[in-house]
Write a protein that binds this ligand. Structure first.
Ligand SMILES: Cc1cc2nc3c(=O)[nH]c(=O)nc-3n(C[C@H](O)[C@H](O)[C@H](O)COP(=O)(O)OP(=O)(O)OC[C@H]3O[C@@H](n4cnc5c(N)ncnc54)[C@H](O)[C@@H]3O)c2cc1C
Length: 277
């Protein structure tokens, strides 16, 4: 194995493998006292709060296979090590999935975005970009002894991939479909988002909806999607379903009910703008 100890600081050993299989082996061998690191921005927050007592860090930053952004007729393939700044500025992403570059602009601050990666945002399972990726039907290519491609929604809930390395995200081009992404928050206060909501109006008349916020794993809103599809769309019924279904929790700053109301209101505004039937 070529994985090597490159420095020791604060009793944390940093490993820098250059291949996926090496990184995966290290993560397996050193478990449970280890975690993967990409931009380390979220890890830094956890260190600051004293909630990451791991002794080993396996940096993924030397793994070339996890880099690069390419576009085909049907999708955009983004290496997990792409920073959020790159996602925001990359011309291929801007032209093929402009909603994604706009959403990346709403994460953290410019300094954080220049380090934070899309892989880390997804792998954290609480990242603000996840609701958008859910409504776009994005897929992940993860490494777990072999490369496996699966929908992001399946990966989020499937415990079998807890130790997998996220290597790429494959985002279908949503051409001709209106997509919305709304992040509600008090960014100047540097608190997590009140709520993040995303939606996509499909060509066949259906809809994708998803929502989340800083402390929870985002989810598709399947019951609300079904209400939209039903003939004779009833705004009151759909609003009630949203309030019931939004998977939100309270924190020290706001109640779950407040978050739900805020998210339901922005989603309803988008639905009303679209018209419905
Ligand atoms: C001041 C500040 C503000 C922030 N604001 C926001 C915000 O508005 N919205 C938001 O979503 N986030 C925010 N964050 C959190 C963070 O910056 C982002 O989520 C970022 O995208 C995480 O990426 P990273 O590369 O830094 O991940 P890291 O910190 O390196 O890793 C995050 C987690 O994912 C794991 N991991 C990393 N890469 C991989 C991989 N490829 N495969 C498997 N596991 C992996 C790590 O083990 C760790 O558990 C903020 C952070 C800070 C410090």
């Amino acid at each position: 194995m070529n994985g090597q100890v490159t420095k020791e600081r604060m009793n944390i050993q940093l490993w820098r493998p250059s291949a996926l299989d090496e990184a995966y082996s290290l993560l397996q061998q050193l478990a449970p006292d280890v975690c993967a690191a990409s931009g380390s921005t979220l890890l830094q927050l956890q260190w600051d709060k004293g909630i990451l007592p791991k002794q080993h860090l396996v940096s993924l930053e030397w793994i070339d296979e996890m880099r690069g952004i390419s576009v085909s007729d049907t999708h955009v393939s983004i290496g997990a090590l792409a920073t959020l700044s790159e996602c925001r500025k990359n011309s291929l992403i801007k032209s093929a999935i402009s909603c994604f570059s706009v959403a990346a602009s709403a994460v953290a601050s410019p300094a954080i975005r220049s380090q934070a990666t899309i892989g880390g945002n997804i792998a954290s399972k609480i990242g603000d970009l996840i609701p958008l990726l859910l409504v776009l039907d994005a897929e992940l290519i993860v490494y777990q002894k072999e490369l496996i491609r699966l929908p992001i929604g399946a990966w989020l809930v499937d415990g079998d991939f807890e130790t997998a390395i996220v290597t790429r995200v494959i985002v279908p081009r949503a051409e001709g479909e209106r997509v919305f992404y709304r992040k509600l928050g008090r960014r100047q206060a540097f608190t997590g988002a009140v709520a993040v909501a995303a939606g996509r109006f499909l060509k066949d008349g259906g809809i994708r909806l998803a929502a989340g916020h800083a402390d929870i794993t985002p989810e598709r809103l399947l019951d609300s999607e079904a209400k939209w599809k039903a003939s004779g769309w009833d705004p009151h019924e759909l609003y009630k379903t949203l309030i019931h279904e939004l998977p939100f929790s309270a924190d020290a700053f706001m109640s779950a009910a407040y978050r739900k109301k805020a998210a339901a209101n922005v989603i309803m505004a988008e639905l009303m703008a679209e018209g419905g039937e």
